[in-house]
Each structure stands twice: as structure tokens, then as C-alpha cells.
Design a protein around this ligand. Sequence first.
Ligand code: TEU
Length: 553
Amino acid sequence: MSTQTEPAARVTGAGSTWSDAIVYEVYLRSFADGDGDGVGDLPGLAAHLSHLRALGVDAVWLTPFFPSPGHDHGYDVSDYTDVDTTFGGLAAFEELVAAAHAQGLRVLVDVVPNHTSHRHRWFRAALAEGRSGGRYRDYYLWRDPAADGGPPNNWLANFGGPAWTLDPASGQYYYHAYLPEQPDLNWRNPEVLAEWVRILELWLARGADGFRIDVAHNLLKHAAYPDNPELDVPTDGRTPVGRVSAARRLVRAHDVDQDGAADIFAALRAALPLTNAGEPPFLLGETVLDDPDRVARYVAPGRLHAAMWFGAQNVAFNAADIAAALEPGARPLDPGAGRYAWFLSNHDRARPASRLAEDGADRLAEDGAARLGADRALAVAAVLMVMPGPYVLYQGEELGAVDADVPVDLARDPIAVRAGEAAMARDRARTPMPWTAEDGRGFSAATPWLPHGQLPPAGSVADQSGVPDSHLERWRSMVAAWRAHRGTLPTAVEVLMDLGLVRVRRGPLTAVLSTGPEAPLPAGTTLWRSLPGDDDVVRPGETVWRLTEGRSR
Ligand code: TEU
């Protein structure tokens, strides 16, 4: 293992490679099918890199492509060192990396260190070793039954049922935050860290530029396994999809985000070699936490370079909500600290064009509501974009994609299929990318693994490309304006909220979003705006970027 000193603030400081980068999330199964089996793959993506290039993004995050039984669509990994043949095998990964690098795109590999598949050789060995233990038994979390023979405590799995499953052969329960087919690893065992250093080294040697780290907030559980407290009110009705409702009954006091969990990333980062390009690998954590201060712990100096802040995942289109989601990003950071990563959507959440439509998803059959939702999503993306820290864009967001109405008999998400909670299921945001308006949507000639959703209101990629003021062209122009100016901006930012307006001021750039009134713009010149037109005001539902040339307003 080669250990090298990382140049100070190289990956997060002003003007660095990643500090204000745009990362594009590719949900591989649904991006483009290269081999005609109805499932997207790496050759399909390689053939569509020109889309990412035209959009102007800096990096691509590839959702898990490792061999997997597929109980959670790749987030149940049975071998972290290989590429599933469904996605084209290892050669396809190497070709994709070379093609991406040739086009100036960096590649982030999505790793799943919280849990393995039950088919992983470590877990099979752990089962074989039994309760007397051995090297692999302690890679996982085992407890004896409670006095009544039931699970050791009241913890619940995110995808339904108890978080404990009995291994009848040994009489012990093992812990799984997600499905029983996803046993959690024991990160208190130093051997587990050593295994992960070797896995990440392997992908860096194969050309990865960094990693998206699945449920980075989950790695430690309370060592004494106390019960989680019950909540009086299980859900506030605006809770996002991605977890069964029963699991929302408990406070996540002891099963996630334990003190010490964030230190794991300091150990991991210190142990990693540089990338093949000679840079520190970028570490982007998925941190699904309500408290921004808890998220900030994961980006303390020496830990992750960026941690996803979920504050904007569920905002309503009002200035107070949006400003509250932005505000943590305006607090001063320790020198050398990482940043929040900003985003509106991913493969686990409802589409922002649906969430932000006038009356929510119910009226999306009406084209006008969907268009309004998409316009609002772009306006909100435009204030998140100017915050210090990367923006993570999920495939389809650039088209104004809306939630798909996936019939129950075609559902694939375990939250629907296993737990029977279609209302909480994530399939809505995972339907194939609409490249064209034709039958197979240019995604595949075969029946796709999930049905096609309705087209975005502005149409497919082909429908929108080159059409002035289409949703896609407005996204492209925003990215181009951002690329041209981001390198000159300070990291200090101010977020102001007043009478339906949100203002984000970062040096000479001020972004003004109106959720209600028409309002005058700060003096200066307009760099970009989210709606077509050239008025001297910000209109309802619009974000305008103004260059104030050193003026304070
Ligand atoms: O998702 C975790 C996630 O986003 C949550 O909704 C989750 O329910 C939360 O941790 C509750 O505390 C990641 C992946 O993005 C998702 O696709 C996987 O299914 C999941 O982890 C398990 O690997």
C-alpha cells in the first residue's frame, strides 16, 4: 500500500478540481443498453458520453456494477473486485474509463461498504464458521436472541421487517440495515478497513478518480445495541420515498451516525494512494441525516472531501424552505474541511419536477403542471449550484423528467415488491432515459427492465437538443455559465431570504430566486437566467444570476 501526503486542500479548496464540480449520476441499469438485453450497461454509457460532454459536467458517478444477486439492484454486492457481465464485464469498465478520460470526464465508482450481499464469500465463510467464530464471523454483526428467542433489539430494516435475521444453524441473529440479503459489515473490526483499502486501491489502479460511498453515515452501530426510542408521530406526510413507513416509527438514535463513524474516513483516506492522474482520490459520502451539523462532521479536515446534504431533497417551492436548505452551506468551515454536496434528486428519491409542481405529483397528467415543476426544479438547482461544493445531477433532471407511474405488477424496488409499499418505492425515478420519443425511447430495442415513464414535458434528449430555451438547453447554458465563472469565486457565501426571494451572494455573483413576487434585480449584468426572456426583473419561479462587478448588491 502506498501512502502519500495529500497536497493541502487540493481536492476541495478554491479553484481545485472538485470544489465546484458538477457530478452526473448515471443509474447504469437505466441509462443506455449497449447489448440489447433491456438493461443499461457500460458500453451503452460509453456510446452516450457525448451527452455528458455536451452538458458540460465534470465527472460521472456510476451506480454499482459489481457482481450481485440483484436483490437491491446492485447495492447487494457479492464481489467488489469484478464487473457484472450484465454491465459488460471488467473490459467494459476499462474501456469506459479510457473513453471518459479522453473526453475530460472523471469517473467515480459507487462503493457499498456498509453491507455485502449474503452471497459474498465473506458472509458464506462467516456462516460456515458458526458461533464459535473465526476470521470471517467477526466481519459481520452477530447477537444471541433476546430472552424470548426473538431479535436482540427493536431495530427495524429500512426495506421492511426487523433488522435482524436468524441464522438457524448457529442460533444467532445477524444485523442488516436493509434486506436480509444485505448483511452489515462490522466496521469495528480493523480487518474490514484493511479489506476496503485493498478494494479501493484496486479500482484506483484501474483508473477510478474517486468514490461515491453508499450510506457513509451507517458504518457504525452502537456497540451495546440498545433499543431505539419510539416516535409519537411516525411521519409528517412529506417524508421522502426510500424507506418503509414502519421504520419511520423509531428515532435512529443507535443504529446510524454513531460518534466515531466519521473517523473511519480519515483512516481510509490516509491509507489511499493517488489516482493514476496523480491526484488524491475524491471521496463523496452519502450521508442521509437531518442535521447539517452531523453531516459536517463527515467533512472535517482529513475526512471526506464532500458529503451529500439532503436538505434540498424535500423542499417545497417557498423561499423559507429553500433558504433553510441552503443556510448550512453559508456557515464558515474549518480550513481544509470538505464541502456539502448539493443535489435535488437521485435514484432513491422522487423527481424534483414532480415534487415541485403546483399541487405535487397528483396533477402531473396535466402538461402545464409538469412544465411548471420542471421550471421550478431548474430555478432551485440554479441556487444550489452557486453554493460552495459540488452539485450532483441525476440523469433525466436535465430533461425535466417527471416521476413515472409504475404499475404494481411491473414494480422492481424491494420496497414495493418485498414490503408491499408501492407509495414509498423508488422505481418512479429509475425508468429508462428517454433518448428519443420513439417506442424503445432509444434506450433499448428489447423490453426494458422497468417500463418507460411518461416523456418529460419538453420531450426526449433528441426532441430538446438544439431547441432554443428547451429545458435541456437551459441546463446546458447554466453549466456553461457556471464553468466560465466558478474558478473566480470565493468560497464564502451569503444566503438571504426576504418576501418570497432567496439571494445567494458569492463574491461578484448573486443568484436571485423568486418563489412569489416579481422583484427588481441587483445592479449589474445578467449572466444567466432560468426562464427565457430579458426583463430587468426576476419573475415568479425564476432564478437570475447577476454579476455585480464588485458591488455589494
Ligand atoms: O440509499 C440509502 C438511502 O438513501 C435511504 O433512503 C435510506 O433508506 C436511509 O439510509 C435511511 O436511513 C443507498 C442507495 O442509494 C440505495 O439505492 C440503496 O438501496 C441503499 O443505500 C442500500 O445500499
